[in-house]
Design a protein around this ligand. Structure first.
Ligand code: ADP
Ligand code: MG
Length: 363
């Protein structure tokens, strides 16, 4: 199912800015898209509009090429899973999954034998066939999430909407269920939209990620593009766990307090936002010509790699060392690349030359 969202606005009148301010995006058939943004950025509102649970003040939504303005929720053939869309406690797993079929108008309702066949098929699909006669309180959080998915899939949706569906799961189960849901999406060939404020989840699961800020989509791109070419300081700060610093440009030189000065051709004079990814910060034992720091915290990340938090003047920088360096010990940092947003929002990526130019004591 393709999904086209055209200039959708929604104002509840409760906040200074509308919940959605002219959102447009197009999803391809079979695509898995994440809506990523902080709390209050409009993600749930957009999902509810797609589900037919809320309506835009202006703009259009087309699902499978059809304008759904006049199509009620139950006729949209859309499966929805909400984080707090609790299962019916008084119904067994089987009846929870069967629910969407039993409430159909009589003419479209399958008979009992057909419902049983469909439910068993779905429970096999979500890999919990043995739980059909249990009640929700008799199964784990991960299993409940699978039941909620089976229930959403019972109506054979072409579009699956997931609103922070993994929040109630602990970290290990969450990882497993995430991969499994993505695999299920691929096997069924459906189109899915996942709402999340967790960048790792969005980057891991989605083909493309729409980053939302205050009711707008500020970037809609493949995960690697968000990392390599963030459209704004907001996007750079929201994805990729980069160290954020401030600097100022003066005559083509970027100065960062305590860290040095760098060539920054093409950036106008003024204040800048600077992002340095942890894997672009090399932490080494103290060395002449490199910026000195103190190790605040250290842990082994992989074999032969330590993640280190370094204090450099008033900054805290996360980086990596190829050898353990004790907490409290002196060290040195080498910045290998950085992304800089100039005073007018223009982005410049600096790399390679940084080490050679970074040794400017007193800048
Ligand atoms: P998100 O899911 O990204 O956290 P929401 O879409 O839930 O954000 O909310 C976006 C904005 O719209 C918020 O300011 C929120 O308070 C407001 N909002 C959402 N739903 C309603 C509603 N039913 N009535 C009034 N305001 C709402
Ligand atoms: Mg929400």
């Amino acid at each position: 199912m393709t999904v086209e969202i055209e200039a959708v606005t929604r104002d509840f009148g409760t906040a200074a800015t509308p919940a959605l301010r002219g959102v447009s995006m197009t999803l391809r058939q079979g695509e898995f898209v994440a809506l990523l943004g902080p709390s209050g950025s409009g993600k749930t509102t957009l999902l509810r509009i797609l589900a037919g649970l809320d309506f835009p003040d202006a703009g259009r939504v087309l699902i499978g090429g059809r304008d759904v303005a006049q199509v009620p929720a139950r006729a949209r053939n859309v499966g929805v899973v909400f984080q707090n869309y609790a299962l019916f406690r008084h119904l067994t797993v089987f009846e929870n999954v069967a629910f969407g079929l039993r409430v159909r108008p009589r003419a479209k309702r399958p008979d009992n034998a057909e419902i049983a066949r469909r439910v068993q098929e779905l429970l096999a699909l979500v890999q919990i066939p043995e739980l059909e006669s249990r009640y929700p309180e008799q199964i784990s959080g991960g299993q409940r999430q699978r039941v909620a998915l089976a229930r959403a899939l019972a109506i054979e949706p072409q579009l699956l909407l997931l609103d922070e569906p993994f929040g109630a799961l602990d970290a290990l189960v969450r990882k497993e269920v995430r991969r499994w849901v993505r695999g299920l999406h691929d096997r069924l060939g459906i189109t899915s939209i996942l709402v999340t404020h967790d960048q790792e989840e969005a980057m891991e699961m989605a083909d493309r990620v729409a980053v939302m800020e205050e009711g707008r989509i500020v970037q809609f791109d493949a995960p690697h593009s968000l990392l390599d070419a963030p459209a704004s300081a907001f996007v750079a700060s929201f994805v990729g766990d980069a160290n954020r610093l401030t600097g100022s440009v003066n005559g083509g030189r970027l100065g960062i307090e305590g860290l040095g000065a760098f060539d920054a051709d093409g950036l106008p004079d003024g204040r800048t936002d600077v992002f340095v990814r942890p894997d672009e910060v090399r932490v080494v034992p103290p060395r002449e010509g490199l910026t000195p720091g103190i190790v605040e915290w250290s842990r082994q990340a992989d074999r032969g790699r330590w993640k280190i938090l370094v204090a450099v003047s008033e900054h805290r920088l996360e980086g990596y060392a190829e050898q353990p360096i004790e907490r409290g010990a002196p060290c040195a940092v080498e910045l290998q690349a950085m992304t800089v947003f100039g005073a007018q929002g223009e982005r410049v990526s600096l790399s390679g030359r940084l080490a050679a130019n970074s040794a400017m004591p007193g800048v």
